[in-house]
Design a protein around this ligand. Sequence first.
Ligand code: NAD
Length: 246
Amino acid sequence: MSSKRFENKTVIVTGAAGGIGEAYARALAAEGANVVVADLADEKGKQVAADIGGLYVSTDVADEESAKALAQATVDAYGSIDGLVNNAAIYGGMKLDFLITVPWDYYKKFMSVNLDGALNVTRAIYPHMTNGGGAIVNQSSTAAWLYSGFYGLAKVGVNGLTQQLATELGGQNIRVNAIAPGPIDTEATRTTTPKEMVADIVNRLPLKRFGTPEDLVGMCLFLLSDEAGWITGQIFNVDGGQVIRS
Ligand SMILES: NC(=O)c1ccc[n+]([C@@H]2O[C@H](COP(=O)([O-])OP(=O)(O)OC[C@H]3O[C@@H](n4cnc5c(N)ncnc54)[C@H](O)[C@@H]3O)[C@@H](O)[C@H]2O)c1
């Protein structure tokens, strides 16, 4: 069954040059959205945008002027903005270190992208959600509920940001939710997490297989769609049962 929930809607996906963001961008385009691919990886990002008939805007989510330029380029191309997926993060190739030893300059740069990046882009975009509201999906992780050092700490922040922004933007009918994926088979995971560690995590999942970007697509598109019109401030685990909270 095919549906076109996003016809005449414009959705920005940050970090969509590859991995999970690319899967979101492709699925949104398949359902009729005008998709804006925002990334730092220009070559890959341009390719994804060209494949799906979308727009590529070279963007650093940590930079205020860059986020404003992303908003302007989107409005110039499509008039207004209906959805935003804050998916970009330093993940593939990230430094593996501890909170108590990671160099401050790396930690600050990391947080400026992985936590403040979502706030920075949201601040630039929300004034252009002028079609009676909008939907924002932040990319969290089950890392927020498990030990994973500064990576997990940033995702705890993303969860908090989701709840706080939902409150601040609800009056404008802008909904803000988050997805917390479990381990997902992307090139970034393959280069960042040792194979044996992934095998061990997957083995302990109730649903004993590695997740795929496509496993996340249904939740992301649902949260962006009108069907989720009375859902905001929530964090949804899509994780093969990795985290079960009572
Ligand atoms: N893969 C997993 O197992 C997993 C699990 C849970 C959550 N996540 C989260 O999902 C998201 C995507 O993960 P992925 O596996 O596709 O990794 P990825 O590294 O392929 O995706 C991150 C994207 O963000 C881009 N990016 C990095 N810094 C940027 C910046 N300053 N401005 C703009 N773009 C920037 C990268 O170029 C890349 O395209 C991340 O937020 C990650 O933390 C991933």
